[in-house]
Design a binder for this molecule. Structure first.
Ligand SMILES: NC(=O)c1ccc[n+]([C@@H]2O[C@H](COP(=O)([O-])OP(=O)(O)OC[C@H]3O[C@@H](n4cnc5c(N)ncnc54)[C@H](O)[C@@H]3O)[C@@H](O)[C@H]2O)c1
Length: 374
């Protein structure tokens, strides 16, 4: 059984780091690993109704063996619970349980549980230790790394939050076995994104051949082959970590992680966050930005076709719903957080696995790309 560790240096200016441990069937050893990363005596596990019953046995017996005191707080399942009410519930539970400054919150779940628990940890007693135990592919390759924690409100997604780094990320790929395929595909969309932006991430020592790896390992990835998935999660974590290290607070390079997200977020918003999920919207968004890059002459037709084929081969061939008007999508894009000094920012491919940020994409170019996605 292989266990891999990625050490994430938080920022170029800050010498602190935290480990991401990745392995298969490692939940049963989590207790001792937490001990090495945190001085906590008491832990508050935050999870949800779907996830906790699946992994309760393994996690609690490991924590008991390691001598921790702990309680679990089980939230309702769903993005709509990533709000101030759930945050209140966590704060109140932490106060009732008398969690102290040196104690920790453990997030057991996907990005929703991770984001909300991270914000609770960041704000409770002005910050207590935070441990991520991601159980979705998206959370393992993306949301548990990088320190963005947040809740949603009526004005939009992730508008209230903080940058708050975990003490430990503990990713057991065995948890992915119970994940519905639709949720697996959300993670796969983000993974393909890493392929398309890989060179620009500037990971030292990387061969920058992740696209090739993805082209050659689709079946192994879909069947959750142990070594393949561990390598996949490890590589994506390294890519995200190296980008975040260069730009923790999204002042520059980190924007490239939004490849495909400008159109993707607009689709999610126009669907009222119902019917079409984040990964599906990002998959459409990536095709959209490839089309814009082609129109602008930034990439050649071969790379365009190869990229679209890869997205389709991963069964991420989604369409914009007919009922969603181009006008409403353009409006949603212009209200997105990624707008800067009046211009919508797009991350566009400029070459194989290379991207740049553009502020000069015209409505006509976006309209043409959206038309090809219906
Ligand atoms: N912080 C960041 O940097 C960052 C990055 C990307 C996304 N996000 C956020 O992440 C959230 C989406 O995360 P997600 O895609 O993990 O969704 P999610 O947390 O809603 O999980 C998806 C579904 O899978 C279920 N589930 C989770 N693990 C399971 C398992 N092992 N077996 C069976 N079912 C399981 C969940 O209960 C849920 O129903 C969004 O709120 C998004 O804003 C944050």
């Amino acid at each position: 059984m292989s266990i891999e560790t990625v050490n994430v240096e938080i920022s170029a200016n800050e010498p602190t780091s935290y480990p991401i441990i990745i392995g298969n069937n490692i939940l049963k050893d989590i207790g001792n690993t937490i001990k090495q990363s945190s001085k906590a005596k008491k832990l508050l596990i935050v999870s949800n109704k779907t996830i906790y019953p699946l992994f309760k046995e393994e996690i609690t017996s490991s924590l008991e063996q390691a001598g921790f005191k702990f309680e679990a707080l089980i939230l309702e399942d769903g993005e709509k619970y990533k709000n101030i009410d759930s945050l209140q519930i966590i704060w109140t539970k932490a106060l009732e349980y008398k969690l102290e400054r040196k104690d920790a919150i453990v997030a057991l779940g996907g990005g929703v549980v991770g984001d909300i628990s991270g914000f609770a940890a960041a704000s409770y007693l002005r910050g207590i230790d935070f441990i991520q135990v991601p159980t979705t592919l998206l959370a393992q390759v993306d949301s548990s790394v990088g320190g963005k924690v947040a809740i949603n409100n009526d004005f939009g997604k992730n508008l209230i939050g903080a940058f708050y780094q975990p003490k430990l990320v503990y990713a057991d790929i065995k948890t992915l076995k119970t994940l519905p395929e639709r949720e697996l595909k959300v993670g796969l969309a983000e993974i393909l994104k890493y392929g398309f932006i890989e060179k620009t991430c500037q990971l030292k020592g990387s061969q920058n051949n992740f696209i090739e790896f993805l082209q050659n390992n689709k079946d192994k990835i879909y069947s959750l082959n142990e070594d393949t998935v561990i390598n996949l999660v490890k590589h994506c974590c390294k890519l995200k970590a190296v980008v975040v290290n260069q730009d923790e607070k999204e002042a520059g390079l980190r924007v490239i992680l939004n490849f495909g997200h400008t159109i993707g977020h607009a689709i999610e918003k126009c669907s009222n966050y119902q019917g079409i999920n984040h990964g599906e919207a990002v998959a459409i968004g990536m095709k959209g930005v490839f089309s814009i890059a082609l129109q602008k002459g930034l990439i050649c037709e071969d790379y365009y076709n190869e990229s679209i084929n890869l997205i389709n081969e991963y069964k991420l061939n989604y369409k914009i719903p007919e009922s969603m008007s181009t006008k409403s999508l353009l409006e949603a894009m212009s209200l997105d957080k990624k707008i800067q000094s009046g211009n919508v920012r797009f991350v566009l491919s400029t070459n194989t696995a290379e991207v740049s940020i553009f502020n000069d994409v015209t409505d006509e170019q976006v309209t043409k790309s959206l038309a090809s996605l219906k």
